[in-house]
Each structure stands twice: as structure tokens, then as C-alpha cells.
Design a protein around this ligand. Structure first.
Ligand code: FES
Length: 214
């Protein structure tokens, strides 16, 4: 396997040719916030807008999940412009998230908690006006629950269900603030094409999809 040499945050590393900066950083213990990327995907949606980095020679920050490593590349994950963009993206996400960690089954394993700590953003940030979606929790599956109020619309579960498992029970509906992950015709999970494999739970970065206690 051919590799390229690059520098991330002053650390000299080698990464497989063609790899994205996000995976090169994570593989070398350099954290970059991310919610929507999955290693198995050949192209990333880059929809969460959290993985901003600065690259020497580029005028603007770029998303690490879509930027390919290059020989001699110099990456800065802690630049002011990149951090400002990531913090704003996170605060916008939190503005429509109820943030009730104490009562959330994902408490302690939620990517939002990790990202907020990394970026120095309070989970109860008041920078943007809070507008909650107030959607119904779907507990119809015997194995897992889906709380759309905690969904960050990363699309990981949709991709996994369709492309990896070949089921396609999940999808996005509506646009803008009303956008949500749901089933075909917005049916409860138990009445949709969902096979109750609950494998989508493993790729959910928040407490939106959680296993029921047995
Ligand atoms: S991980 Fe790069 S935009 Fe979401």
C-alpha cells in the first residue's frame, strides 16, 4: 500500500494514499469532531459541517471527511477559522436538541457530549434561540427506540440500513427545520419495512436510536 507523509497539528504521520484527512487524523489519535462520516462510505455527505480543518496554502477551511491526504500536506485542526465554523455548527445543532443528558440512555457515550467538550461549547449553550421539534418517540420496535428529538440528521442509520444491510427501511422526509429521519410513509418502526435487526443503533452518534433494556 502506497502512503503519503503529512503533518497534522505538528505531528508527522503517514497515511494510505487516497485516505481522507479525517481518518488519517483519527488513526493517529488526533481528534476531529464528526457526526455524519462513516469509513465504509466511498463518498461522504459532509452534512454535519463539524470536521473543519485548515490546510496550509488553502484560503478557506475545508471539511476533513472530504479532503484527501497529500504528500507534504500541513493540516491544522485547531485554527481559529476552523474552530469558529465547527462551534457554530454545533451550537445550531444544540439549538434544536432538547439536551437532557441525565435522562438519556446515551449519556456518556454520546458524540455530542464529546464534541462539545472538545470545542469548549456548553451543551446548554444559549447563543441561538432554542426551538425544539417536540416529536413523538417511536417505541414500537421490540428491540430499540427512536427519539427524533435527539436525532442530528447525520444520515448514518439511513445509509447503513440501505447500503450495508440492503433493507432501506429508513429515509429522510421533509425539508429545513421539519426534516427528520423516518420510515416510508412515516409509519411506526414495527409497521414499516424495518426487520428489527437494531444494527442502526450502533451507528447512531447520539441517543436518537437506543436499544431497549432486556
Ligand atoms: S464528518 Fe465531515 S461534515 Fe460531517
Amino acid at each position: 500500500m502506497k502512503t503519503v507523509a503529512l503533518t497534522i497539528d505538528g505531528k508527522k504521520i503517514e497515511a494510505p494514499q487516497g485516505q481522507k484527512v479525517l481518518w488519517a487524523a483519527l488513526d493517529n489519535d488526533i481528534y476531529i469532531p464528526n457526526l455524519c462520516a462513516l469509513r465504509e462510505k466511498s463518498t461522504q455527505d459532509a452534512s454535519c459541517r463539524l470536521c473543519w480543518v485548515e490546510i496550509k496554502g488553502k484560503a478557506q477551511p475545508v471539511t476533513a471527511c472530504t479532503e484527501t491526504v497529500e504528500e507534504g500536506m500541513v493540516v491544522n485542526t485547531r485554527g481559529a477559522s476552523a474552530l469558529r465554523l465547527a462551534r457554530t455548527a454545533l451550537e445550531l445543532l444544540l439549538a434544536s436538541n432538547e439536551v437532557d443528558c441525565a435522562n438519556c440512555p446515551a449519556n456518556g457515550a454520546c458524540e455530542l457530549q464529546k464534541i462539545a467538550a472538545h470545542l469548549g461549547v456548553k451543551l446548554k449553550t444559549k447563543r441561538f434561540r432554542k426551538i425544539l421539534r417536540d416529536l413523538e418517540v417511536d417505541s414500537s420496535s421490540p428491540d430499540f427506540s427512536y427519539d427524533p428529538n435527539k436525532c442530528v440528521l447525520c444520515g448514518r442509520c439511513i445509509w447503513f440500513c440501505r447500503q450495508r444491510l440492503g433493507i432501506g427501511a429508513l429515509g429522510f422526509a421533509h425539508r429545513g427545520f421539519k426534516r427528520r429521519m423516518t420510515t416510508f410513509a412515516d409509519r411506526p418502526m414495527a409497521e414499516s419495512g424495518c426487520l428489527d435487526c437494531a444494527k442502526c443503533v450502533a451507528v447512531c452518534p447520539t441517543g436518537a436510536l437506543t436499544l431497549k433494556k432486556s
